[in-house]
Design a protein around this ligand. Sequence first.
Ligand code: ZN
Length: 337
Amino acid sequence: MDVRSTIAGSLPKPAWLAEPETLWAKWRLDGPALADAKRDATRIALFEQERAGITCVTDGEQSRQHFVHGFLTHVEGVDFSKMVRRGIRADRYQADVPTVTGPVRRVGPAHLDEATFARRHTKRRLKMTIPGPMTIVDTVSDAHYKDRRELAMAFAALIREEIAGLESVGVYVVQLDEPALNAYLDEAEAWGMEAIDAAVRDASCRTAVHVCYGYGIKANVDWKRSLGQSWDQYERLLPLLAKTNIDEISIELAGSHVPAAVLGSAGRKDVAIGVIDVATDRVEAPEDVVATINTARAYLPDERIIASTNCGMAPMRRDVAYAKLQALGAGVALANS
Ligand code: ZN
């Protein structure tokens, strides 16, 4: 079987939809015009991925303001009128986050409409991304549970309900985005995996966990510089993820200091390797993509390799992101030739 391809999840939004090159960007429209514009942006995101030959496409996360808060706006017990500035990802950066003021409960599906729309507009395999339990816990201010594990398990139950909806409309793989795992290795081991397993329990679609070193923004680039010549986070996390019930692990590889040998500790999981660096505007050549795939081939058979982007491309320049998509598709085609 050939090496497959996907993207981590997000693509930049068009400037007519939201302020470009910004995280948590404000919408340019509202009401029905906004809903319509989100769908048009989704059409473009799907079209560009298909044009690049990506095997498993996403909606480009065009309908959500932020990958965590898009989910939380559909959760009772999370109060967006009580925003608190706090350090997240082990204080790597400050963010304004909503407050958990009571027991969390879904008031309805978060991303079902988007998944249904995307499903109707592509014949390719469809991936939907939702934040993982630890990352949600790390992107709120908790005034109710007062215990990170307990809060994570509460959110895991809501994620499980969300996955049930997504699989019912034909989503091929649901990916939990868990960048927080890399920031809290002890907690990842103590309860992070338990929460992931609770979130994906008995899912009938495929499930994935994406663990990365973050968007290509300054705080993350500075953090990566502090990690030294060999990043050892995956050495701890991959053997733990290998024991969970997920099908696929998505990690960063291109342009990183991730030792390739960690790929050998992914157990029987498929591994989505980042072959596109999202922290630079330099567009990879297809041969660069092949070189990264070949690095992975020393540890994994082709049928377990999925070539992907290191992380979401939401804050990137749009022309750069699309050029990188083309490089990804062309590189995978070359690797399979
Ligand atoms: Zn990421």
